[in-house]
Ligand binder design. Sequence first.
Ligand code: ADP
Length: 504
Amino acid sequence: MSLSARITIPATKRVVEIPTGLFINNEFVPSADSSEVIDAINPATEEKICSVVAGSEKDIDIAVAAARKAFNTTWGKNVTGFERSRLLNKLADLIERDQELLGEIETLNNGKPLKIARDFDISDSVQCLRYFAGWADKILGQTIEVDNKTKLGFTRPEPIGVCGQIIPWNYPINMWSWKVAPALACGCTIVMKPSEVTPLTALMLSKLVAEAGFPPGVLNTVNSLGPIGGAALSAHKNVDKVAFTGSTLTGRKIMEAAAKSNLKKVSLELGGKSPHLVFESADLDQAANWVCLGVLYNSGQDCTAGSRLYVQDSIYDKFTALLVAKVKELVIGDGFDEKSGGGPLVSKAQYDRVWGYIESGKSEGAELALGGQKRAGKGYYVDPTIFTNITSDMRIVKEEIFGPVLSVGRFKTEEEAISLANDTTYGLGAGLHSSDANQCMRVSSALEAGTVWVNHYNVVNNNIPFGGKKQSGIGRELGMNALEEYTSIKAVHWNFGDKCEWPL
Ligand code: ADP
């Protein structure tokens, strides 16, 4: 097949040449042994945008070999932090230059509103690259006193090596940046496997990696089906680390493959069923806005989606009425329409999955306060749906839905709120709203989650670590903690005076 596709973006009439090959050694290439393709679909119209090369296990092998060679020759310990920083900053500038174009392709393939892809996802990605560019020349070890007259210990954080990075479809550019920026800042090389649902923007970003001047093989991109390319990367004996964002089910398989192959380091950012608590002292208007953002941002396709809301009894009726009114204000429509605050779900599979949950909510006896009706016509649209009268054994309360579906329950006391919030196998995000500072401190401490938002929700910052507890994952992305995921500490014991007596 051709290694590029010329497409016209219907809404803007922009003509774009999209690379469609595998990106290995800074070139777009065909598969070594497969003629399989992946179709990129526009979820707003259900039409095919174009097809890209689907990589095989052999292609993963070739990409890993390219990454290994670069690690041993032009990258890894062969390049200064200053140079890594310069190149990352250059890449950030190029992404910023192409922000509108990248935003349009992201919207076309993912469905999210252009204003969100462009102004939030891509702006944040540019900032992420710049943030980690800032760390590249500040990766510090320690000197450790042993015996001032004879011995000194010191540590060197060294790049861990070749990293397999497996990313999801909900924030294709953002998740790419969260993975690529710290890995390259630390001196690692990469084989990236984007989601087969959204394969396009990673290819466009790869082109910018070459334009920025990164040496061949530093970053390679292999679009492939998860059970083929993702599984091959996780089980590869020449990969030193795998970083993954996606479902808990797939995360489990990746960890198992890592354990059974070479015990590579694994970081996992997995699912969630995040609780959102509203106490009676809260600013109700603001709390309702954050609750809406928490569950409806990105049409609920968000691992931290605040999909379980618990409201204190004394304000329950007032707050739910306010919430329903606010949710109704959101316009869900085509991502290229400026009025849209939310787009369609990403794929038919996701659409069917979310409807399966909505039907289960109805059949298990939850009450529909809003939504729950299918739209006619094309596009994988799901309108915001709110269930009340829930019980803790319902599937909509226990399982991650990854759609705009909120379950609302009630509590009487702070203890009850904490116990309901923590009654989950997940631990990614949690939110609480209260005007009582002592309560905020007590509850934020008691919530079992990697991130707790106080009078706030769903906003992440590149300089604050992000990750999960319980079955929501292992390791941290963003912030200085992310550097630990891509470095391995070498301890050097330096003797300048101690004599070895022999025999013992
Ligand atoms: P979803 O089911 O919503 O697509 P996944 O967690 O399966 O979520 O997908 C996230 C990423 O994991 C994608 O890039 C996908 O290709 C990849 N993936 C899926 N299955 C596997 C697997 N068995 N091993 C490794 N990666 C996989």
